[in-house]
Ligand binder design. Structure first.
Ligand SMILES: [Cu+2]
Length: 68
């Protein structure tokens, strides 16, 4: 299956530290690549190898204290 380009809206990021945390949490997930987090737009974009990884990404972001 080809990887899909995903963009999530992430609420609760207020500074570069927050967006850095979201970036790191996403980069730690196997099968997710090309992570970019836009603090001002409240968006996190990445490539996911399958749709289950999107659920995992949302869970990890929420566990980190932000709302995807
Ligand atoms: Cu912050």
């Amino acid at each position: 299956m080809a990887s899909q380009k995903i963009t999530l809206t992430v609420e609760g990021m207020s500074c570069g530290h927050c967006s850095g945390t979201v970036q790191r949490v996403l980069e730690e997930i196997d099968g997710i690549s090309n992570v970019s987090v836009d603090l001002n737009a409240k968006k996190a974009s990445f490539n996911a190898d399958n749709s289950e990884l999107v659920d995992k990404a949302i869970k990890k972001i929420n566990e980190a204290g932000y709302k995807a």
